[in-house]
Design a protein around this ligand. Structure first.
Ligand code: PAF
Length: 279
């Protein structure tokens, strides 16, 4: 596996691969890789000839009171994990490589509607940062396909919309959520949890399963949402939301609205966890 730091070097390396007819798969990450990321790399590996993963803790998607400075940075371990998973190129840029005029002055991309609800309401500007960095990375890598985890469901929809509206010729693939034995969705933020919090965090997956069962039994979404909040609270979590929404645009879901998704965000101490379940 090659590690590339400069955008210009990445461009010329990938231009050569593209010229040789190789199909490029791309997995954007913020590093601190775990089994969830490995599944994204495996999917890209299966579906392309050359796999590129970026490792970049993107400052523009963190709010002023969020964990940008303490976000775990583990580039050596990430390189080893990527190589073991069959990744061909790790792109490890510095901030000025992706934001030549500085992160504060960067051109921003805003995906309306999807960026304001749920995570977007609690983390204003977060999805602008995600859309902005992904657009820059897509332009640099020019992949044939890009893989995103279903765990960040709202992010996945934002990226699909970005790709559609800005005509990126990229196939966006969603990789299923990878879970710990307790059901807790894999996340780099899980390592902030102490053993007691980790145990309590399993209530998120259990609650999502309960929401799915209740929805299948035909119970009204508003009642399910209320019940889900109570379940999370009684497990010692502080839920930000537990909702059932339309799966394709996260609009409020009425009866007969097609596929739906249950989404939960909850806090344990200073850690925020998100998870979801397609219904
Ligand atoms: O999901 C993530 O790790 C990040 O939001 C992403 C897509 C790499 C953009 O920084």
């Amino acid at each position: 596996m090659q590690t590339v730091i400069r955008a210009a070097e990445l461009r010329s390396l990938l231009a050569a691969a593209r010229g040789a007819g190789r199909r490029i798969g791309f997995v954007p990450t913020m590093g601190n890789l775990h089994a969830g990321h490995q599944s994204l790399i495996s999917l890209a590996r299966e579906r392309s000839d050359l796999v590129v993963a970026s490792v970049f803790v993107n400052p523009t998607q963190f709010g002023p009171s969020e964990d940008f400075s303490r976000y775990p940075r583990t580039p050596e371990a990430d390189a080893a994990a990527l190589a073991a998973q069959g990744c061909d190129v790790m792109f490890l840029p510095a901030v000025d490589e992706l934001y030549p005029h500085g992160a504060e002055n960067a051109v921003r991309i805003h995906v309306p509607g999807l960026s304001e609800t749920l995570e977007g309401a609690i983390r204003p500007g977060h999805f602008d940062g995600v859309a902005t960095v992904c657009a820059a990375l897509f332009n640099l890598v020019q992949p044939d396909l890009a893989v995103f985890g279903q765990k960040d469901y709202q992010q996945l929809l934002v990226i699909r919309r970005l790709v559609a509206d800005l005509s990126f010729p990229i196939e966006v693939l969603a990789a299923p959520i990878v879970r710990e034995p307790s059901g807790l969705a894999m996340s780099s933020r899980n390592q902030y949890l102490d053993p007691d919090q980790r145990e309590r965090a399993a209530a998120i997956f259990a609650t999502l399963g309960w929401m799915r069962d209740e929805a299948q039994a035909g119970r009204a979404a508003a009642d399910i949402e209320q019940g889900a909040l109570l379940r999370l609270e009684s497990a010692g979590l502080r839920p930000d939301y537990a909702v059932i929404r339309r799966a394709d645009d996260l609009a409020e879901a009425g009866a007969g609205d097609g596929p739906r998704v249950a989404l939960v965000a909850a806090r344990l101490g200073s850690t925020r966890l998100i998870d979801n379940q397609l219904l």
